[in-house]
Design a protein around this ligand. Sequence first.
Ligand SMILES: *[C@@H]1O[C@H](CO)[C@@H](O)[C@H](O)[C@H]1NC(C)=O
Ligand SMILES: *[C@@H]1O[C@H](CO)[C@@H](O)[C@H](O)[C@H]1NC(C)=O
Length: 375
Amino acid sequence: MKEYVLLLLLALGSAKPFSSPSYLTLKNMMLKDMEDADDDDDDDDDDENSLFPTRQPIMPFFPFDLFPSCPFGCQCYSRVVHCSDLGLTSIPNNIPFDTRLIDLQNNKIKEIKENDFKGLTSLYGLMLNNNKLTKIHPKAFLPVKKLRRLYLSHNLLTEIPINLPKSLAELRIHDNKVKKIQKETFKGMNALHVLEMSANPLENDGIDPAAFEGVTVFHIRIADAKLTSVPKGLPSSLLELHLDDNKISTVELEDFKRYKDLQRLGLGNNKIKDIENGSLANIPHVREIHLEKNKLKKVPPGLQDLKYLQVIFLHHNNITRVGVNDFCPTVTKKKKSLYSAISLFNNPVKYWELQPATFRCVLSRMSVQLGNFRK
Ligand SMILES: *[C@@H]1O[C@H](CO)[C@@H](O)[C@H](O)[C@H]1NC(C)=O
Ligand SMILES: *[C@@H]1O[C@H](CO)[C@@H](O)[C@H](O)[C@H]1NC(C)=O
């Protein structure tokens, strides 16, 4: 590591005539050096990281700068371009073509233009969080055919950009102004696995029933939006669905019918009064359910049949009584995973009336949080 710092200082020190060959070749060397270090960290430091690498003497073969130079103010190394917190108002135009990751967080970029990413065919990560984006050109993402991660959170976008790269695995667009998810927004995006779009003014009607057709997303988060019920048109591949901090008032029989593989479900801080009997039977593999801070009057029916359920949060509700068979099956063998957490505090239940057998299928006494019963 010391050598890197030294190199960096050397590089900065000799940077006076900014485009002088010595500066650039030194920089190239540093890049090469760091890539080598990436590949084999534990090797003998002596020949791997020495100031003049012996294994591949690159200087004689590359006398000129083959990499386009680094955008002013940014740092470029190991094919990563760091341009965060620079007050930039547009995407810099001399990003090296072999760049894999660009960090443009915390700037003032308002718009992405058609040719902003031209030539960046190796790009796999693009971080644009916390800018002032309102506009993305429909063809802007066409050149970045390998893009895997796109972070657009904390901007002012009113829709999910169209023509997103088909290679995308993760899209984060938290805290924008998205009201609608249009038909075919994610068409052909077979690798999309994570979609985070909380804190947008999205209503149920805003999600086109065909928006997710043919897509296999595993993790969707639409918390802190304007949903009044569980959206029915999300991908059937979902393993995690987070809908906390919405205005959902009931859970109906049909709601989870599509999401048979669901393992984690977040519905905390909504206005749920009822969970229809049979609705949870549609998600037999669920392991974790968050229903805290709702208006439930009883323990949701059907918990005792969820063999793999380990965590159920029911605190801050209006539950007045808990039956001896509300959590556990009558035949203990049916439960494959014991509960590791059941929370019931802040409910108007008379905790002293609870029968100990109610919690016969929990991991330990510590797994049940009843709250103020010892007052
Ligand atoms: C829910 O439905 C199941 C199966 O139809 C039934 O056995 C059970 O008694 C019902 N529970 C409640 C609370 O209505
Ligand atoms: C809790 O339920 C009771 C009736 O069972 C109702 O009178 C009361 O308003 C409810 N409280 C809340 C906070 O919803």
